[in-house]
Design a protein around this ligand. Structure first.
Ligand SMILES: O=C(O)C(=O)C[C@]1(C(=O)O)C=C[C@@H](O)C=C1
Length: 272
């Protein structure tokens, strides 16, 4: 089985792939999220792992658009506790660093820590672990990485500061993507991710939300995304939790007929 991720061993995506699929599978690393979506859509990999939101830094909006554009299905979700660490070549001190590189989401989660080090420039890079690897392989001085303890161990870097994210209790929600399938598995889903493109009518969003709550659908996330072909119109990406799967199906049919069009991205088990 082939699992697509963005990143290399020591990255958080790699950790999630192992936690969800074990160590016997082949984990294929890509440089950007779009390549992950593309290879799952093309069938080169069976599943893809994609970070979708973080409890400090918020949603990764472009990833919602990828799921939509590549017509992928969300099979499952996974919440990983995230601890970030500042690391560099052995023997260096924090005063020696002019630059710290990492994945943009990781940098956002650690912004506060660096307020005390204004001389350090924060620079976006591909993923957390590949910066650690590069520092080690090219023996780069003066540049630090923000990455996991696993990355520090794999690439033999010295940890200058641990748990540097703005709040200790930090989670990233990942989704497991696959090609569209009708297979719901044995257990009935109790969570779904949908996109609703609402009709352009006054008060429609308020009506939609009250219809959902009246149907027993608990809203766990709502995100507006621009409809790019129609400037200033929006679709809503909604995550909803429910107890009664049949009531969910009925509510979706009603939303489709009275509020706008619905696209279901996935029906799965709530893992929070
Ligand atoms: O660079 C990594 O290690 C990743 O797995 C990427 C990523 C992300 O995309 O949000 C994953 C979890 C953390 O939130 C920080 C970075």
């Amino acid at each position: 089985m082939k699992i697509a991720i963005q990143g290399i061993p020591g990255s958080f995506h790699h950790q999630v792939a192992i936690n969800c699929f074990g160590t016997e599978v082949e984990i294929v690393g890509y440089r950007i999220f779009e390549e992950v979506a593309k290879c799952v859509a093309q069938g080169t990999c069976d599943y893809g792992v994609l970070a979708i939101e973080n409890s400090i830094a918020g949603a990764i909006l472009p990833n919602y658009e990828l799921i939509d554009r590549y017509n992928l299905t969300i099979k499952d979700e996974y919440y990983l506790p995230i601890s970030h660490n500042l690391m560099c070549l052995k023997g260096q001190k924090i005063e020696d660093l002019a630059e710290v590189r990492s994945h943009p989401m990781a940098l956002l989660q650690c912004k506060k820590f660096f307020e005390n080090y204004p001389q350090i420039k924060l620079v976006d890079d591909v993923d957390t672990a590949s910066v650690a690897k590069r520092i080690r392989e090219e023996k780069i001085k003066g540049i630090g990485a923000i990455a996991s303890m696993t990355a520090a161990q794999i690439y033999s870097l010295e940890v200058l500061a641990s748990d540097i994210q703005t709040v200790k209790n930090n989670f990233t929600r990942f989704i497991i993507l696959q090609k569209p399938t009708l297979d719901l598995g044995l257990v009935k889903p109790n969570k779904a991710s949908i996109k609703v493109t609402v009709n352009n009518e006054k008060g429609i969003l308020a009506k939609l939300l009250s219809h959902m709550s009246g149907s027993g659908l608990d809203l766990s996330k709502i995100q507006s995304i621009p409809v790019i072909e129609k400037p200033w119109e929006y679709s809503f990406f909604i995550d909803t939790e429910f107890e009664d799967y049949d009531a969910f199906k009925t509510a979706i049919a009603e939303i489709n007929s009275s509020f706008g069009s619905v696209k279901i991205f996935g029906e799965y088990q709530n893992r929070k």
